[in-house]
Structures are given as structure tokens and as C-alpha cells.
Design a protein around this ligand. Sequence first.
Ligand SMILES: Cc1ncc(COP(=O)(O)O)c(C=O)c1O
Length: 382
Amino acid sequence: MRVSQEIKNLIPYKPGKPIAETQREFGLSRVIKLASNENPLGPSLKALEALRCHLSDLHRYPDPGGFELSQKISKVWGVNKNYIALGNGSNEIIDLLIRIFCEPGEKIATAEKAFLAYPICAQAARVKTMTVPLLPNYKMDLVALADLVLQDPQIRLVFLPNPNNPTGTYIQRKEVDAFLKKVGTRPDLLIVFDEAYNEFVRASDYASGQEWLDQYPSVVVMRTFSKVYGLAGLRLGVMLAHPEVIDFYHRVRNPFNTNELAQVAATAAIDDTEYLRASQDVVWEGLDQIYKGLNDLGLDYLESQANFVLFDTQRDAAQVYNHLLRQGLVLRPVENYGLPRHLRWTVGLKEENALILKALQEALIKVPPLKKKPLNESLEKS
Ligand SMILES: Cc1ncc(COP(=O)(O)O)c(C=O)c1O
């Protein structure tokens, strides 16, 4: 079959192992999946109620512009309506931005160990990905990234996951500010802040890219309803950007890219402040529980500003992962990020976290530790 070399070489995104698949493979009735950074509380009851009221409209096409949801986002997030567009998850927005703003052979830039959807979508569009190494504390090096961008006029998009997946690290306000001062006015460059985990950040020196939307027309912000809003299964992402970017996006996107149920559920979820607060609380309390547990086990981890923790098993992580999997406990291997000793743990309910800690304690006895830490593999706490 005739297909480009980039497509032939493409390694698809590997999602967390689904619950039903784990049940089938291991003959288990109960599986706890803490592998895809989903909301452990389940969906908002207000979203469920809104969905029930709309089921009889399913023979209709959805509103192609998502008018009501965009109105709601505009009001609640304080963004001008002309600056808002919707996507089939933020993953679709990543894909479309690359297709719209990069010619084949041109480039995107990001950091090593940044969210893998960027290089995968780029490769599918025959676009190259340039990366800069992380700092020793696993934070993104925005100084090196600005230098890279300044040296390479073929870079069209910069992706800044803030906080990043899988590290959970974040970029400080002053770093963003300095970066934008250096490259924010380049007319042929967009700077995309991927803020999928924005609502979980506790660091006081964090700032959303939204703060710079007015000042720099090159700034794009992506958010999602998959995490704190608990609607990963419905697929709803949001882009905030200058109206010119929004206009190009609307030209290229599928006319019905976000479905009616996703729009309706998101419109209800955004108002469910009690649910949002509970979702933040369960993550913040869970993070503290996990940190304590990992400290007790003597395992290093990165302090996270998101709803997951990256930790060092000090072993072949695949063996630890499999030990947990056989008991129906699913974490996320990250060897595809070049981290064969680490696992990513999505914060679950208190009792779910406790079960993982117990199983982890057993795994550490069964799986032999690696003798020597490979260089470049030590995780320092940020
Ligand atoms: C950093 C980051 N961006 C974007 C996404 C995609 O989210 P969605 O397509 O569900 O909106 C994820 C999902 O895990 C993520 O971790």
C-alpha cells in the first residue's frame, strides 16, 4: 500500500489499559484503573441529569458551533466569545492546530518527556518535532526552548503542557513571561499552553496562558472537560485563542466535531461548583496520601501539580506494573517516555490509593531492585 514513510513509522498513542480488557484477560470482576488521569468521583450528577433530558434529541445533528456551551464558558471563565472554539477532546485541537499551521516538513517544538500526543500528531502530518532536554528537576527549560525557537525559523508551533503529563511539573508565571517577551511577537509562531490539569494546580506562582491572550495574539490555550469536569468519555476540549486563529480552526474542523451530549453535559458540569470542589479535594488529599505512602516505601516521586504522580519504582517498572495488574490494579507504564523504571499513578479515591500502596509494598519485595541507577534516570523532587 502506498503511504508516506512518516505514517509507516508512526507508533500510535498507547492509552491506559481499559477496565473491560483487564477483566477479560485476568478473569477479574473488580478492576481499579488509575491509569488515564480520569476523575475518580465519576461524572457530575448535574451533567448526568442534563444528559437524561437530552436523550430524546439524539436524532438531530448537534449545534455545530456549540453556542450554549461557548456562552457559558465565556461567562464562567471570563473570556470573550470570539476567542472560544470547541474540539473533540483537546487531542483533536492539537491535531488540527498542527495541520492548520504547519506545512509538511516544518516543525513544532516542545520539551523532552512532554505529552506524547504532540509528536504523534506532528508525525501524522509529516511535521518534525524538536525538543529540548528537561532541567535536572524534570521541569521544562524555557530558556533553552526560546533559544531553539529563535534559531529555527521553521518552527511554527510551541507546545507548553502546563502542568505537564507525565511529570506533573509546571511552568512558573515569571518563566512564561520571559519566554513570551523573547518569542511571543514572532508573527509566524503560535505558543500553545496545554492546560488539561489547570484546575489541580496549587502552586501560587502558576499562571494560566489566559493571562496573556490579549497581549499576544500568538497565545493559544487548551483546556479539557476530561479531567476535573469528569467527562473524558464524551470528548470535549476547548481552545481559547485570537479570533484569527479561531477563524482558521473553524474552516478546517469537521462541522459536527463535538457531539450534542458532550456539549450538554459540559454546560451543566461547568456550573456544578460543588462537584468541582469535591474533585479538587479528592485529588489534593489523595496526593498527600500518595506522597506519604511513597515516602514510607522509600520511593522517589515528583511533586505534582496535576491529578497524578510519577514515581521511581527503582526496578523494572514493567514487572511492578504486571504484579499490580494481576490483582486488577492498573497504573500507567511510561517507558514510551524513556522512563522504564517509573510508573504514573492517577490519584484515586482514598481506599483505592491505599490498595495500590499495599500491592506496591508486596511488589517491591517480589521484584528485585535494579543494582545501579542509570545516569539521567534519577528523579529529584522539584
Ligand atoms: C497534557 C494533556 N493534554 C491533553 C490531553 C488530552 O485530553 P482530552 O483529549 O481528553 O481533552 C491529555 C490527556 O491525558 C493530557 O494529559
